[in-house]
Design a binder for this molecule. Sequence first.
Ligand SMILES: NC(=O)c1ccc[n+]([C@@H]2O[C@H](COP(=O)([O-])OP(=O)(O)OC[C@H]3O[C@@H](n4cnc5c(N)ncnc54)[C@H](O)[C@@H]3O)[C@@H](O)[C@H]2O)c1
Length: 268
Amino acid sequence: MSHKILEGKKGIVFGALDENSIAWKTAEAINDAGGKIILTNAPIAIRMGNIKELSEKIDCPIIPADATSVSDLENLVKKSVEHFNGKIDFVLHSIGMSVNVRKGKDYTDLNYDWLTKGWDISAVSFHKLLQSLYNNDIMNKWGSIVALTYIAAQRTFPNYNDMAENKAYLESIARSFGYFFGKKNKIRVNTISQSPTITKAGEGVKGLEGFLKYSEKMSPLGNASAEDCAKYAVMMFSDYTKKVSLQNLYHDGGFSNVGVSQDIIDLI
Ligand SMILES: NC(=O)c1ccc[n+]([C@@H]2O[C@H](COP(=O)([O-])OP(=O)(O)OC[C@H]3O[C@@H](n4cnc5c(N)ncnc54)[C@H](O)[C@@H]3O)[C@@H](O)[C@H]2O)c1
């Protein structure tokens, strides 16, 4: 049974590509919780992915936006206000891509043009989005903004490559912009640090299967699924978390605070 904790709330969800996407599951969970959304993704992802299926299923519009393009974001923000006939309450940034990871470049042999492109998509896009929301003043008081991240921002995971720096940058933006949003109109900005999850973006990371098994055995609660993450995001958009801001919130079954588990010791 779903609790309608987002009844009356409206927002934008970035990053639903296919049914495995964390943003896809979150859009469904928001819908179950009574919230209304606009879906958005890069134009190419809209053409190549299944997002139209999701928009029909939960009956919501899609407004294309390349999250690295300030003019696309400005257009999205303005059209969202028109669609909802007013301000919005929540935004999910669920975007990540490293060209170096995708093209199999090692961390010790990075292509810096690709690094810059991946940084823009995965991290700077969050600042561009926040700046558009802030300057157009389209968020309701006590609104909530969440971006997704991974623990490689704090600890070394060799195959996560330049995405580690992108996530560190993203988390820092959440803290810095969260300050200004909080002072301006009590809007909270947080990142959710999610367990490894099988998705299109996840599949790009070399050895993801091994990663998943390792963190499953390290986490007392086991890995958090995309559906679990979706429910956590719904709570973060609800009025139950009004005073949580500038935080990096681990949603990982306890992984982040375990040194070693007995399961791993037994294995070696
Ligand atoms: N899968 C994991 O193991 C995992 C773990 C922790 C955090 N995350 C994070 O969760 C978020 C969502 O990823 P996912 O795992 O659901 O994978 P996904 O591939 O389903 O989603 C990534 C999304 O980013 C979008 N995107 C890429 N470039 C874009 C651009 N220029 N403009 C707009 N959108 C763009 C893609 O179209 C896609 O929808 C990412 O930030 C990812 O780093 C994933």
